[in-house]
Write a protein that binds this ligand. Structure first.
Ligand code: 0X9
Ligand code: ZN
Length: 419
């Protein structure tokens, strides 16, 4: 079909309008050091207001809390903190400059060759799925992929299983990319997959243990952060006023309890009911069919160097909290020995405050998976939420060390039990 110049111009106009990027001009990122729990609670008050985007939120005295604030909220924030004598510094003066620089790098990068993987770039969703499918084609005895559903906008929710065969073996399951903007999480899942499948010496790691990953659990959001709004976090389902729900507040175990929002436009909107999002539904359905042999569940997020375990819906501990703490420490100890970095390991609600509706709570409480964690990877420091592309490799290599430590535990503890 031949289109008239008029139509071409109109179509081009529409395409550009749809792609117009959200501007963070004048947005500042503050780093606040709290001296008491009361100070952390005082900051919490701001988190119900859309102008304040908490990049990190916790209860640890002396550890910085980072918050991005739109121009209209900055005076109020600064004067409140000054009034209460809370120390802060401006970590990023104009976030738009960081975003611009990253988008320029993204625009000028070559596409990853179909079926390849990169740890010097953040890959697009189609590049990631092409890699997973190429692995399946090249390693048919080890790798299987499965579309477990479609995202709201129709993208494939692709999982990959790595197994030496047999059924119902103890399994390590990881979700990544539930939060759209946490680009380092899919990269981490991809690196663990890459090392397991493509490095022959690592084949012992899937001899007695299966591995299953969903590297991009929220692909609509992930793509949207590449094209339009860098700091988007939620899904992209249509609401009556705002788009999306926070998939990590949408899981059906004590859904809607403390630490999630009923306000559609909030970044921690729980959705209009548990599992309202097709992305969490697909995960629920896959997990409930396989939970009886999942030994360890990990939700990969960024940032802050945390290894967190349930509960997060309330300040309570599961009955195997001691084991969760010990196994969580294995991750930290392995990384610490490898490169000196450390993680804070502990109960999620105690360390971060409550956050009901997360996938790790659902895995532990809804599915009775005994070992269930949220891993918060290192962040980008003064570069913003996500590390620059040049930092991907050391972060994913670090995570690989931690994952191997977890594998060791799962393998040895499953030797005398079915789970
Ligand atoms: O708020 C969240 O969902 C997580 N932080 S993030 O910056 N990645 O968004 C924290 C989740 C803590 N809750 C559980 N461990 N369940
Ligand atoms: Zn997250």
């Amino acid at each position: 079909m031949k289109l008239s110049p008029f139509y071409l111009v109109t179509l081009l106009g529409l395409a550009t309008a749809a792609q117009e990027r959200f501007s963070y001009d004048g947005y500042k990122v503050y780093s606040v050091t709290i001296n008491s729990i009361q100070e952390a609670e005082l900051l919490d008050v701001f988190s119900y207001d859309q102008r304040f985007d908490f990049w990190s939120k916790h209860r640890i005295v002396g550890k910085p809390i980072d918050v991005m604030i739109s121009p209209s909220g900055q005076d109020e924030f600064e004067s409140t903190l000054n009034y209460h004598n809370i120390k802060f510094e401006v970590m990023i003066n104009n976030f738009e400059e960081k975003v611009q620089a990253q988008y320029n790098r993204l625009k000028s990068r070559a596409r990853v060759d179909s079926g390849d993987v990169s740890f010097t770039e953040y890959m697009r969703h189609d590049e990631i799925n092409a890699y997973l499918r190429r692995l399946e084609a090249d390693y048919p005895n080890v790798v299987t992929t499965e579309v477990i559903g479609k995202s709201f906008e129709g993208r494939d929710l692709l999982i990959i299983k790595i197994s030496s065969g047999g059924s119902d073996k103890p399994t390590i399951f990881a979700d990544a990319g539930i939060h759209a903007r946490e680009w380092i999480a899919p990269s981490t899942a991809l690196y663990v997959i890459n090392q397991l499948v493509e490095v022959p010496e690592n084949s012992y790691l899937y001899e007695n243990v299966d591995w299953v990953f969903i590297p991009v659990a929220n692909p609509d959001g992930y793509e949207y952060t590449h094209d339009v709004e860098r700091m988007w976090r939620k899904t992209r389902s249509t609401g009556t006023i705002c788009f999306g729900a926070d998939p990590n507040r949408n899981f059906g175990y004590h859904w809607g309890a403390s630490g999630s929002s009923t306000w559609q436009c909030s970044d921690i909107y729980a959705g209009h009911r548990a599992f309202s999002e097709v992305e969490t539904q697909a995960l629920r359905d896959y997990l409930s069919a396989h939970s009886h042999h999942i030994s360890l569940y990990v939700a990969i997020h960024s940032y802050g160097n945390w290894v967190l375990y349930p509960w997060s819906y309330a300040d309570l501990l599961p009955d195997n909290a001691d084991e969760l703490q010990t196994v969580g420490m294995l991750y930290n100890d392995a990384v610490n020995e490898y490169n000196g970095n450390s993680y804070i390991v502990g109960n999620s609600a105690a360390l971060l405050g409550t956050t009901a509706g997360c996938s790790d709570d659902y895995a532990r409480g809804g599915l009775d998976i005994k070992l269930s964690y949220t891993l918060e990877l290192p962040g980008g420091s003064t570069d913003g939420f996500d590390p620059p592309e040049s930092d991907i490799l050391w972060i994913v290599e670090e995570a690989w060390v931690g994952f191997k430590a977890w594998h060791g535990y799962v393998e040895s503890s499953s030797a005398n039990s079915s789970k």
